[in-house]
Design a protein around this ligand. Sequence first.
Ligand SMILES: *Cc1c(COP(=O)(O)O)cnc(C)c1O
Length: 455
Amino acid sequence: MTAERRGHRPAIGAVLTRPDVAALVEEHGHAAVVEAVRTVVAELGTRGDLMGPDAGSVVAGRAIALLRRQPRRLHRVINGTGIVIHTNLGRAPLGAEIASRAVEVAAGYSNLELDGLSGRRGDRQDLLSDLLCRLGGAEAAMVVNNGAAALLLALTALCRGQEVVVSRGELIEIGGGFRIPDILRLSGARLVEVGTTNRTRVSDYVAAWGPRTGAFLRVHQSNFKISGFVARPPLKELAGAAHEHGVSLLEDVGSGLVPPGLPAVAAEDRLSASLAAGVDLLCCSGDKLVGGSQAGIVLGRAAMVTRMRRHPLARALRPDKLQLAVLEETVLRYAIPGRLREIPVWRMLQLSPRELEARARTWVGALAHSGVAAQVVAMEGAVGGGTTPGRTLPSFGILLEDSHPARLRRYLLGVEPPVLGLEREDGVAIDARCVLPGEDDLLLSAIRAACGAVP
Ligand SMILES: *Cc1c(COP(=O)(O)O)cnc(C)c1O
């Protein structure tokens, strides 16, 4: 770089004092504006062609554009994948009714830990326990930060220093490094593996039983399916064997279906089915099939839940007021059939292929108006969240044909709001099931922008 050119390179300080740039500080904060100006200046430094006496205004213009373009770090994404409980997309969407009620509570002070009668300190775990017990017909309930925390707390509080018997077919990894053997080790319980990958019988558990056994643990095989020569004891038989030998049966249900039943999910995945079969304590996620906030829901015998509530780890894993408010609003709707559709996960799982096809048709029509070619296609979605491996949800969506599908998929992610579609050989498909009510126009304008069409 020549000395003359260096001389034209705009000083960051000078750019920051320009009124148009200074005005940005109010909206974005000083640090973000400095960062944007630095980024633009650094870019110019590598591209000498943009240097000159006007560099200051060029930099300002670009920094302004950069900041305006920048969405919030956490922002809306349109889910065109047809996967209802999509872990990368925040799992269960909360829906407007539930979210606004929860925000109302969280926006102000609340009775999170206030005993309403005495005005003294209360226990946040008392707030929802009766409601949650009703989900599965349990004696007692508690809520922690997420499903993984629920299992860790259960094993730590109930089985530390004892042996826990688990089938080799259930020593799973859920994702994000959550592995059952690791969680057991972390809890201070000792894992005793029984059976084989594909077949485990009740007699295997019983043979492993001894004076140090604390519990039998059953884990939902969330995200994989083995078929063929397989055997897994019915829950009821396993519970019978556990109780005969004086130990408890714990279950990590994973997703946890609440009544009423859904065709896409096996009835034995219902929380009530587990407790009725004799499970002493179960844990599940709040933001999978329950359709609520991130949370770990624990249902089970009162004495066991009490031990968990009193364990010091409970404090480290407790839920916050927003999680509890969302969970309350969600769970309340299970008791009112007419309001179940306000739980987005439920509404989406109930949508029929015919409804989805009709919606896809209106999209194709609207896109054709602005010169974007799309066609209605039959698709296969999924419940997701490790709920029903191997099962699909028959669905409909639209196909945006393109000879560079990977590029179109990237373009769709680059517009506002980003759209996550499914890349196929012949283009990108967008499943209609998980595009939320009210998102139709946003989706269409995002597609138009990505396809470079006139809005
Ligand atoms: C999802 C899942 C978990 C973890 O629950 P989080 O709420 O994600 O922490 C644990 N066990 C099983 C079987 C699961 O499917």
